[in-house]
Design a protein around this ligand. Structure first.
Ligand SMILES: *[C@@H]1O[C@H](CO)[C@@H](O)[C@H](O)[C@H]1NC(C)=O
Ligand SMILES: *[C@@H]1O[C@H](CO)[C@@H](O)[C@H](O)[C@H]1NC(C)=O
Ligand SMILES: *[C@@H]1O[C@H](CO)[C@@H](O)[C@H](O)[C@H]1NC(C)=O
Length: 383
């Protein structure tokens, strides 16, 4: 037992003992054999590398690529919008993300400014075919966002401009803060695309009154953003102001107007970034004393950026029939004369100059107005 251990302990001793035999020739044989095997193996491996090795290297590279080319590491990921509009951010996260502003004003890439058309609807867009005609041929100059009730599933075909343009939505009620929340949600989602420069809000009952070229030119060349914001005396204007809103909001700042706006990126960022006026309106402008969608953005922007506001709306609406709601135009109303009335005899200021083109859009149009609208549009609206 001990001798075996001793033998194992010292292999050199074994070698030494065997070295007494005539070994050199045998060792040379072994050495040559190893040399041949080694040479063969290295030649084989060279062939392997030449024929398969490069492919293997490529495979390894492509497998590792995601580590070095993560979307967030390229300028394109900041410039090019994501293909889908769905995300898992809640409102706090979304508004925070959308409030990012680059400090360097010159873009280090070619930026083609777009108009974001934002549709605030309950569900379907019955006048979509008219809008489709309006957008046709102007790809790259616009983007579309739709906020509808979360229970509603849109079924636009892939060929439609509205296909997969729905944003994560929540239930909204007219006259409530949830309406302004939806508008801020639309703005925030549209702000995520850095190419969007103008933000236009519509309902499902809105129609365009001019062709795309005219709308584009009018809005992009305007020095001001469009939102109806007037200081209205009386119970439905100043009467809705609550002294608890001071000192942030003074009575002289209080504005009223329709919620359908066309604002630039700077103002859109101010709206999503507001944490000063929101709590005041949320707490003190409540139904049935006050209707927040007629006051919040109008008042907030008047305090924040009065010099950037045209204080008028580009969306025509007919209050002439009286009552609490504006007129709805149905299929029997769609005649050339209606549009003559809307488009003629208008005067307003555009870039501080008198202009006869004051309305680019109109509401409210019933779903059954679609067919006569499509017929009349080429001649009357140029669409
Ligand atoms: C969004 O999620 C964050 C983190 O879970 C939470 O703190 C915040 O209150 C949420 N905001 C809303 C509006 O739900
Ligand atoms: C848009 O309308 C204007 C005036 O009606 C017209 O001159 C122009 O050619 C139209 N543009 C297109 C692209 O149809
Ligand atoms: C809009 O109203 C604000 C005050 O509310 C004023 O400072 C601004 O000059 C008005 N805009 C235009 C284009 O007149």
């Amino acid at each position: 037992m001990q001798s075996r251990l001793e033998e194992g302990k010292d292999p050199a001793a074994i070698l030494r003992t065997s070295s007494s035999r005539p070994f050199p020739f045998r060792l040379l044989q072994f050495f040559l054999l190893f040399l041949v095997i080694g040479l063969g193996a290295s030649i084989l491996s060279m062939y392997m590398i030449r024929h398969f090795g490069i492919q293997n290297v490529a495979l390894v590279q492509s497998a590792y690529k995601p580590c070095f080319q993560q979307p967030s590491a390229t300028i394109e990921s900041w410039v090019r919008p994501t293909s889908g509009l769905m995300h898992t951010m809640n409102d706090s996260e979304l508004l925070w993300r959308a409030s990012f502003v680059p400090r360097i004003k010159n873009y280090p890439f070619k930026r083609r400014p777009k108009m974001a058309f934002m549709f605030l609807t309950k569900g379907p867009l019955p006048l979509a075919p008219l809008w489709e005609n309006f957008f046709a041929g102007h790809e790259g100059l616009y983007s579309i966002y739709v906020h509808s009730l979360p229970s509603y599933t849109a079924d636009f075909p892939p060929s439609s401009v509205f296909y997969e343009r729905q944003i994560p939505s929540q239930v909204t009620e007219w006259g409530m803060m949830s309406m302004c929340d939806a508008e801020r949600r639309l703005l925030a989602n549209a702000l995520l695309d850095i190419s969007n420069e103008w933000f236009l809000l519509f309902s499902e009952s809105c129609i365009p009154l001019q062709n795309f070229s005219i709308v584009h030119r009018y809005i992009t060349r305007s020095r001001y953003s469009f939102i109806g914001a007037i200081d209205e005396p009386g119970p439905y204007g100043r009467g809705r102001y609550d002294e608890n809103m001071a000192p942030e909001i003074k009575l002289t700042d209080w504005r009223k107007g329709s919620q359908w706006f066309e604002i630039n990126r700077e103002l859109a960022i101010r709206v999503v970034g507001d944490t000063t006026y929101y709590p005041k309106l949320d707490q003190f402008c409540t139904p049935h004393k006050c209707y927040v969608d007629e006051h919040y953005f109008q008042t907030m922007l008047t305090i924040d950026s009065p010099h950037l506001l045209a204080n008028r709306s580009l969306t025509y609406v007919d209050w002439s029939r009286g009552g609490a709601h504006p007129a709805t135009f149905g299929k029997d109303d769609i005649k050339e004369e209606l549009f003559k009335t809307i488009l003629q005899d208008q005067t307003c200021l555009y870039n501080n100059q008198p202009s006869s083109l004051c309305f680019l859009f109109a509401r409210k149009f019933a779903p059954n107005a679609l067919e006569p609208l499509l017929k009349i549009a080429p001649k009357v609206l140029g669409i």
